[in-house]
Design a protein around this ligand. Structure first.
Ligand SMILES: [Zn+2]
Length: 145
């Protein structure tokens, strides 16, 4: 599982760093698919979801987007508006899992009320960003396949 984190970081970094080099997402998707031996349709879905996340949360650092993309692979839906996001030690997570829930159109994460919570409260955490990405990807996979 830890090795998966490392290869996911490589894929996510490549997408985030090369996003502006391509005029169309399909070309980046093909490049990513060839380079990392992943399904080009899935690469495109991932890139489009990232692109939408970038539009909604512009001005975040590259590492913020990279963490959001990697974390997306560790999101588990546990209710209609509830998710569990597995903690990733490499990203400084203190707990093995974080709860994210959506109430009145607002996302909440258990990291807001746990260790280091005060610091994180002000800005959207990448656990929530991962859930947002995961929902986008699920919707898009429904459209594509
Ligand atoms: Zn969080």
């Amino acid at each position: 599982m830890r090795r998966d984190v490392r290869s996911l970081i490589r894929i996510a970094s490549y997408i985030v760093r090369n996003y502006f080099r391509y005029a169309v997402n399909d070309d980046l998707a093909q490049d990513v698919a060839d380079r990392f031996s992943i399904n080009p349709s899935f690469a495109l879905v991932l890139i489009e979801a990232f692109s939408e996340l970038r539009d909604s949360f512009s001005g975040k650092s590259g590492s913020w987007y990279i963490r959001a993309i990697v974390r997306m692979f560790f999101v588990k839906k546990v209710g209609r508006y509830a998710w569990v996001v597995e903690g990733i030690r490499e990203f400084g997570d203190y707990y093995p899992a974080y709860q994210v829930w959506l109430v009145n159109n607002r996302y909440h994460c258990s990291c807001h009320t746990t260790k280091f919570g005060y610091r994180r409260r002000k800005s959207i955490c990448t656990h929530v960003a991962a859930v947002i990405l995961s929902r986008k990807v699920s919707r898009k996979i429904g459209e594509y396949f």
